[in-house]
Design a protein around this ligand. Structure first.
Ligand code: ZN
Length: 420
């Protein structure tokens, strides 16, 4: 049985963690930043050290390729993203890239030749921390983003994604060349930290994701009428916040009334003009709804529509905008059964699970066979400097990924002594 190299895995993680804008306070690595450029140099160097042929696509995703024996065959891709949230951890994203590097290292060390080419990928802007929306690197690969979109997306200082990538030498206008399809990608495998407590609570080594939940984000705007807090009588006010609260109060109950455990979160709320002595004339808040069942999401949305309509009254008007709608996505049944078989072969404890977080895998699943492996997160936490996965746990997950990549690429030993 081939063992992954725990020391090498640790070195990769610790090395990538150095590329942060907030040393001593977690990983802050926004796409196309100085830290991105430095991490990019490191990843490309490590890929080259492993004998991979290295390239970056037009928008800055990094590939390292190990040619297969079959000519012009579709590739098996393994990887994840290397951007982070502000003050995030060292594992969210890098764990999956390092899984790819370690798998490639094991191929070289043990003289394995893939029939189908193996590509390790490091993607940009999964978190959406700089330009919003998220999974941008994979959405560009899937052909879901146009050059015009990249000019429209702005960071907090108003710089467009197109301009930011051009500063690093990439070319938004050439985004089409970054496109991959089911014709040239045979399969995609991502290893990611769980970011939740289930594996640790169950003392399990590996999570095999069956599906990624559907997610919807809407923005509700409530418009009322300002007035002086002291001189405007209570009667006849059009207080936007009071109207918003009538909706906010009902929202958690709408989710908990459903039997299949959807989750609903209001994470952002702006009150305007936000003065202590002014009646609010506008309130804007987001609602994030996730469920494994798209009918549940649609039912919740209909109930919210009704709540919003019922909140209309003289002086108060409301509107709803949809910011994101993603259907639940199933992971490949074939890859799930390979993963299960490999966990059993390696004697690892595993569980099947649903991912409540979005990942690049959900975009790849739109055009190729896709698998997603989770490894345990200590105390279930992530997106903080304390985010942690034991290297021994990461090693186990990577060994499952390695066995699965050997099968997907139909790798063979280079020497012809297989009859011995
Ligand atoms: Zn991630």
């Amino acid at each position: 049985m081939i063992k992954a190299n725990k020391h090498r895995i640790q070195t990769y993680i610790e090395s990538l963690a150095r590329f942060t804008a907030t040393p001593g306070n977690g990983t802050t690595r926004l796409s196309y930043s100085k830290e991105d450029a430095a991490a990019r140099r490191y990843i490309k160097q490590e890929m080259a050290n492993l004998g991979l042929s290295v390239r970056e696509d037009a928008v800055g995703n990094i590939y390292g390729k190990l040619e297969g024996a079959l000519k012009n065959a579709p590739a098996v891709i393994i990887g994840s993203h290397f951007d982070s949230v502000p003050n995030g951890g060292s594992f969210d994203g890098p764990a999956g890239i390092i899984a790819g590097l370690e798998v490639a290292a094991l191929f070289q060390e043990y003289g394995l030749e893939p029939q189908y080419p193996l590509e390790v990928i490091a993607m940009i802007e999964e978190e959406g921390s700089r330009f919003g929306g998220g999974v941008l690197g994979s959405r560009m690969i899937a052909g879901q983003i146009t050059p015009a979109d990249l000019y429209e997306m702005k960071d907090s200082i108003g710089l467009s994604a197109a301009a930011a990538m051009e500063k690093l030498g990439f070319n938004a206008a050439d985004i089409c060349s970054a496109r991959r399809t089911g014709n040239d990608v045979k399969a995609f495998l991502e290893l990611h930290i769980e970011q939740g407590p289930l594996l640790e609570e169950g003392a399990q080594d590996v999570g095999i994701v069956q599906m990624i939940v559907g997610m919807t984000e809407i923005r509700i705007t409530v418009r009322g009428r300002s007035g002086h807090a002291g001189t405007t009588p209570m009667e006849g006010r059009a207080d936007a916040l009071a109207a918003a609260v009538s909706i906010l109060n009902e929202l958690p109950g709408i989710a908990s009334d459903e039997s299949d455990l959807p989750v609903l979160t209001v994470g952002k709320l702006d009150v305007l003009p936000n003065g202590a002595n002014v009646i609010p004339n506008q309130v804007v808040f987001t609602v994030d709804i996730r469920s494994a069942n798209s009918d549940t999401i649609k039912r919740i949305l209909r109930k919210i529509d009704k709540l919003v309509a019922d909140a209309e009254r003289p002086g108060i008007s409301l509107s709803i905008d949809e910011l994101l709608y993603a259907e639940p996505v199933e992971m490949s049944a074939n890859i799930q059964s390979l993963l299960i078989g490999n966990c059993e072969k390696l004697g690892l404890r595993y569980r099947k699970m649903v991912s409540g977080a979005g990942h690049d895998a959900m975009i790849f699943a739109g055009f190729t066979d896709t698998g997603l492996i989770f490894v345990p997160s200590k105390d279930g936490i992530s997106h903080t400097p304390e985010e942690w996965t034991d290297y021994a746990q990461l090693q186990k997950g990577i060994e499952v990924a390695f066995e699965t990549i050997v099968q997907l690429t139909e790798a063979k030993e280079k020497s012809s002594n297989t009859e011995m």
